[in-house]
Design a protein around this ligand. Structure first.
Ligand SMILES: NC(=O)c1ccc[n+]([C@@H]2O[C@H](COP(=O)([O-])OP(=O)(O)OC[C@H]3O[C@@H](n4cnc5c(N)ncnc54)[C@H](O)[C@@H]3O)[C@@H](O)[C@H]2O)c1
Length: 380
């Protein structure tokens, strides 16, 4: 693969994971260590930028991302900043001719998302969303099976993404709990992932009826502070969805799932079969085939676990039988983008895919506020 220079913009929780993943790509695909050159990093403050550069092992750091965009040795910028800065940075990066790899959710709202897609399309740079859950081998296999019609006519689906990350009322306000920075709460943070997976597997959304709720309405303004500030985003979102092909399903999203660490799941039921996946047990895709003989005594019927484990096409290491993990999904999402740049193809998932997710989230918010079904077309 041609060598590519990467610049990180944002190096917080997920920026660090992205760097770990870039470092792993040469091992996964038998590439030379310098195939991906992590050239520099921009954060919001000089001290954090310098510290990040030391950790990454790169020589360039800045608190002004424009300086990073001005460098000729950077081909790709990887945007890992809070959501309210996505539009500004993506637009500047596109204008600077950099290929763009951007974290989810795409934007703060649909109008921003539309402007982003338009600005990037105009410049012709390559771009890709970090919808990394698509890159569990089990989900790639689910996509193959759905495209091949394995489940037949889809009857219904269920999706959920639960974490327990906000059950402690003393957890202070952070940008994720502020609408002016995050754009939305659990719906944007976790919901964007499960909604992308359902869109990936089932196609376009048509309409939604949702109820969003904030369970802890005030939190300390800082760690240990007595002063409290309002939480103005959702902690949970319950949705009923009708897809463009008529299929009905529901999705539950929560950051208040006591005891659940990080669990994204879906189930799809059809007249020929069913498939289901849980990210807490990501080695397997469970499938049920109605065509299996049901006799004698149940024959061969029942959910089977396909050993998708760590089957990535062309990967050299580690052995396929090792369990896949979250960092590996990021590495694969990045690798597919870098390969797309080198091969001159568009990246996937696209920013337009990110916009589809943005639209259904906006429809869910409007539905919750107005207490009615909202067609996705209404928020475009
Ligand atoms: N795909 C995933 O699994 C996943 C997981 C977590 C977060 N995310 C997404 O990643 C993004 C970042 O989340 P996080 O948890 O890493 O946030 P964070 O608060 O941990 O880190 C944010 C980083 O952005 C930097 N930053 C802020 N404003 C900046 C600016 N103007 N210029 C340069 N740097 C700036 C900060 O200095 C910090 O380094 C969000 O969009 C979030 O939704 C995705």
């Amino acid at each position: 693969m041609r060598k590519l220079g990467v610049g990180m913009i944002g190096y917080g929780g997920i920026g660090r994971v992205h760097v770990m993943a870039y470092r792993n790509i040469p091992y996964h695909y038998g590439l030379t260590a310098d195939t991906i050159n992590l050239v520099g990093v921009a954060t919001s403050r000089s001290e954090t930028a310098q510290k990040a550069a030391q950790e990454i092992g790169c020589h360039f750091w800045t608190a002004d991302y424009h300086e990073l965009l001005a460098r000729d040795d950077i081909d790709v910028v990887d945007i890992c900043v809070p959501n309210h800065k996505h539009e500004e940075i993506i637009t500047a990066a596109a204008a600077a001719g950099k290929h763009i790899y951007c974290e989810k959710p795409l934007a703060m709202d649909v109008a921003e998302g539309q402007r982003i897609v338009e600005a990037v399309e105009k410049t012709g740079v390559k771009s890709q969303m970090t919808f990394n859950f698509r890159f569990f081998p089990a989900i790639s296999r689910a996509k193959q099976l759905m495209d091949a019609g394995f489940v037949g006519r889809v009857f219904s689906f269920r999706g959920r993404y639960f974490r327990s990350s906000y059950i402690d009322p003393q957890k202070p306000l952070s940008w994720r709990l502020r609408k002016d920075i995050s754009g939305g709460g659990a719906l944007f943070d976790l919901g964007s992932h499960i909604l992308d997976i359902l869109y990936f597997l089932l196609g376009d959304f048509d309409r939604v009826q949702a109820t969003l709720d904030t369970l802890i309405k005030e939190r300390p303004v800082a760690k240990g502070a007595v002063e409290k500030g309002a939480v103005d985003v959702d902690d949970i979102a319950l949705m009923q969805l009708r897809m463009a092909n008529g299929t009905l399903g529901n999705v539950e999203i929560s950051r208040m799932g006591t005891g659940v660490t990080n669990d994204m799941q879906f189930e799809i039921y059809g007249d020929q079969g069913a498939i289901r996946f849980r990210s807490e047990d990501p080695s397997w895709l469970e499938v049920y085939d109605v065509r299996d003989p049901g006799q004698p005594l149940g024959g061969m019927r029942g959910f089977r676990k396909l050993e998708t484990v760590q089957h990535y096409d062309g990967a050299k290491s580690p052995d396929w039988s090792m369990s896949p993990n979250f960092v590996r999904t990021h590495a694969e999402c990045q690798y597919q983008f870098l390969k797309a740049i080198v091969d001159g193809r568009p990246g996937s998932p696209t920013l337009s895919d990110g916009l589809k997710v943005q639209e259904v989230m906006a429809a869910a918010e409007r539905s919750s506020a107005e207490g009615r079904w909202v067609a996705v077309a209404e928020v475009r």
